[in-house]
Structure formats: C-alpha cells, structure tokens
Ligand binder design. Structure first.
Ligand code: NDP
Length: 445
C-alpha cells in the first residue's frame, strides 16, 4: 500500500477508533488509489485524503417525542455533511435501531463518490436516527418525524443539504418531515427534501429508482459478457423499497426471482415470487415476509436463512451492510452464480468481494449500482427548481442513461489502469477524481 495511504489510514483509525464501518468504507476506496497517487503528486501535496475523510460538519441531537401510551421517548438524531465539493450535501436518512455515528459516517462517505459518479452537482451527506418505525403506529411515526425535523430544519436547505429516504424512511416519513419543515419555516421549499410523495412535489420513478437502477447497471454489466437477465434465476435480499423494485425490474426483463428476505428469514418460491403479494405485505400491511407462504402455494419460509443458500445465476444484495459474508460468497459460487450486484450500501464483506473476483464472477459495488436512487432525487430537485413534472417515461429514460454512464465510467477507468472488470476499482477512481479535483480547485477550505 502507498505510504501516504497507510499513514492517512493510521491517523484515521487513531482519531475514530470505534468506527469500524467508516474505516471499512474508507479503506475500500483508498485501496484503489495507488495508481492515481503515483501519477498525481498533487493529491498528497494538497492533503486531499486527509480532507476527504474529515466530514465538513456532523450534527447530533436529541429527539424527544410522546408515544401512544403517553410516555416520553428519547432518540438520537444525526446528520453528517461529509463533502459539499460538488454541490449541496445529498443523501438519505435511515431510521433503524442500529443507527449510530459510525453507520451515518460510512454511508455519508460512500455517498460522496456515488453522487460524483452520477455526474450531477450533488455533494455527499447522510443522516438518521436510532428510532425503530417497525411496530409503531402511524401517529407515533408522525410525531417522531415532527420532533426530528424540529431540530433538523436548522441545517437543511435546497442549496445546503437535501435529505431523502433510506432504510425505514419512505414517502410516508418524507411527507411528515416536509409537513413539519413547512410548518416551522412557513416556506414551501420543495427542493429541501427528495423522495416526497408525488402529490407534494415528488418525482415519478423515485420510488422505483434504486432497484430499477441496479437492474439497469446489471444489464450493462452482463452485456459485456454477452449475457442478459432473460431466463436467469435471481435472488434478492431484503424486501423493502430497493429489493422490491429490483425484483420487479428483473422479472420484467425475463428473470425469475426465486428468493427474497427480511431480517427474520427468507422466502423461497421456485416458480417465481409473486411481487404483488410482497408489495401488499411490505408497502400496505407493513407485515413480515414470513406471511408470504400463507398466500402462495409451493413457496416456503426459511427462518433465519439468507437468500444466498438458494441456487441462482445472479444475486442482488438489497438489505443492509455486511450481510453477504465469505461463506455466502462461497455458496453462491458453488451454486454457479455469475454476478453479484449491490442494491444496498456496502452489503458485501471485503473478503467475500475478493472471493467472487478470484472465481471470475462479476461484482458491482453499491456506490455505482445503487446510484439510481440519488440520481432520480437530483432529477426531482431539477423538476422542483423549474416548477415542472416530467412523465414516467422521461424520468425512467434519464435514469437508464445515467446508469449506463456510470457503467461506462467504471469500465473506462478499470481499463485505463489495466484492471479489467474490476468495478470496485473503476467506481472508486471515477468517483474520487472529480471530488479531488474540486477540493483542490477551491483552495484551502
Ligand atoms: P427498507 O427499509 O425499505 O428495506 C430494508 C429491507 O432490508 C427490509 O426488508 C428489512 O427487513 C431488510 N433487512 C434489514 N436487515 C436485514 C438483514 N440483516 N437480513 C435480511 N434483511 C434485512 O430500506 P431500503 O430498501 O430503502 O434500503 C435497503 C438498502 O439500500 C440500504 O443499504 C440502503 O442504504 C440502500 N439504499 C437505499 C436507497 C433508497 O433509495 N431507498 C438508495 C441507495 C441505497 P426488516 O423489515 O425485517 O428490517
């Protein structure tokens, strides 16, 4: 490893000792930078690595709210503005009991490069809370969102920081957050949040964008080997927003999605999952995936089992970080899997990525493959700014073009530095160069 990289990593480790996910995300990017550092001494001369790994700002705040039983609940809120080199901070908010500063920082750091890859003028940020919306009533979720925004509204704005959704935050939560923002500020600043319900200024295709985008990326990647999704057997982990629309697009392109999951286990449906049932369970009833076999003959629920034990040609991890381990990667390879495309953020452990690469399986990192969500968020900002609403076909077409553009950037940089088919390398280098150049151009800020 380049000495400047290892020195920066050592310092980072010493300053952030309990932030293993953040350090994992940084290490993955830094491991790709050797050839860039060798040909661009300015990166070290201008302390770009030190600057790119220290968030511009980090906000933590108390969120007090009253539950249905009249008890006062206290959660913690976060918003990390990591880099505004390319534009206002942009990135989702996660409501999940596992959220802590380490999680928000790793997600915000990844977001810098993902947003850079889209080619749209957006910086990197992320936020959230350890609030768990599962099992909470609608009014509890609303009161929590109102309390959260009461603090957050001081820090957001269409030219400063534009949050969106992530795990546990969908159109319902964004609607409540926007309502409270409007009430507090007396302003209808549509551009302050994305992922809004369509009636409140949201964009068509935003709901579908991350999942569809991952499949568009997969299509481009498979095409480099003369393959398509047609006739392929696919597994998708998770059953939330990203997983559902990833599965829908994969099936629309002729694949058979045979397994999905949630945090309690997986469903296996060899005939192909009926996604209307999954959508009803997850989007309407907010029920567990274990209910699925009760409505579908020939399928079964596998408690505590992951989708990776089920034979497939292509896998889309779309649930959460570090869910696909080395053992899972080995199982996928033994079963003949030819490609893994990350719909989630950093779902594949580093040694699992290495194992897939060794056996020549294609691997697409989330910062490239799941950039469709933030890309359509930026299109939502464009529509809000111009007081326009584009139709489904227009937005979907732009999404396809953006995903194809990200794919060609990955291919270009991996080819240029003699690392063919290394999409992790290609995405890191393509994302890094734009941000590094911008940081240098601003002077010392
Ligand atoms: P959702 O909250 O809609 O869904 C998350 C899904 O993952 C749920 O089905 C959840 O199940 C499941 N899950 C969580 N932990 C596990 C686990 N350990 N094993 C199996 N399943 C699990 O979130 P999203 O779909 O929005 O986000 C999923 C991933 O995609 C995250 O990594 C997110 O950061 C990333 N992402 C999301 C974007 C977006 O536009 N929404 C954009 C880019 C990336 P349960 O209900 O049991 O918890």
């Amino acid at each position: 490893m380049n000495p400047y990289v290892s020195k920066t990593l050592d310092t980072l480790q010493a300053r952030n000792p309990a932030q293993s996910l953040f350090l994992q995300a940084v290490t993955e990017v830094f491991e790709s930078l050797d050839p860039i550092l060798a040909e661009t001494p300015d990166v070290e001369a201008y302390s770009i690595l030190e600057r790119i790994t220290e968030p511009e700002r980090q906000v933590m705040f108390r969120v007090s709210w009253v539950d249905d039983a009249g008890r006062i609940q206290v959660n913690r809120g976060y918003r990390v503005g990591f880099s505004s080199a390319l534009g206002p901070y942009k990135g989702g908010m996660r409501f999940h009991p596992t959220v802590r500063l380490d999680v928000v920082k790793f997600l915000a750091f990844e977001q810098i490069f993902k947003n850079s890859l889209t080619g749209l003028g957006i910086g990197g940020g992320k936020g959230g809370s350890d609030f768990d919306p599962r099992g909470r009533s609608d009014s509890e979720v609303m009161r929590f969102c109102q309390a959260f925004m009461t603090e957050l509204h001081h820090f957001v704005g269409e030219n400063t920081d534009v949050p969106a959704g992530d795990i546990g935050v969908g159109a319902r939560e964004i609607g409540y957050l926007f309502g409270q923002y409007k009430r507090l500020t007396k302003r209808h600043d549509r551009g302050v949040l994305t992922g809004k319900p369509v009636g409140l200024g949201g964009s068509l295709v935003r709901k579908e964008a991350t999942g569809y985008g991952a499949v568009y990326f997969a299509t481009e990647m498979l095409a480099t080997r003369g393959e398509t999704l047609e006739g392929k057997t696919v597994v998708v982990s998770g059953s939330g927003n990203v997983a559902l629309y990833c599965a829908r697009k994969a099936q629309a392109l002729g694949a058979t999605v045979v397994a999905m999951s949630d945090s309690q286990g997986s469903i296996h449906d060899p005939a192909g999952i009926d996604l209307d049932i999954v959508a009803a369970l997850k989007e309407v009833e907010r029920a567990r995936i274990s209910e699925y076999p009760k409505r579908r003959n020939g399928s079964k629920f596998l408690p505590e089992e992951k989708v990776y034990s089920i034979r497939c040609d292509v896998a889309f991890p779309c649930a959460t970080q570090n869910e696909l381990t080395l053992a899972d990667a080995r199982m996928l390879l033994d079963n003949g899997c030819i490609a893994v495309i990350e719909g989630a953020n950093m779902p594949t452990e580093p040694d699992a990525i290495a194992a897939l690469g060794k056996k020549n399986a294609l691997f697409a990192p989330g910062k490239a493959a799941n950039a469709g969500g933030v890309a359509v968020s930026a299109l939502e900002m464009q529509q809000n700014a111009s007081l326009q609403s584009w139709n489904f076909k227009q937005v979907d077409q732009r999404l396809k073009e953006i995903m194809a553009g990200i794919h060609s950037d990955c291919v270009y940089y991996s080819g240029k530095y003699n690392r063919p088919e290394d999409y992790v390398f290609g995405a890191n280098v393509a994302g890094f160069l734009k941000v590094a150049n911008a940081i240098q151009a601003y002077g010392v800020t």
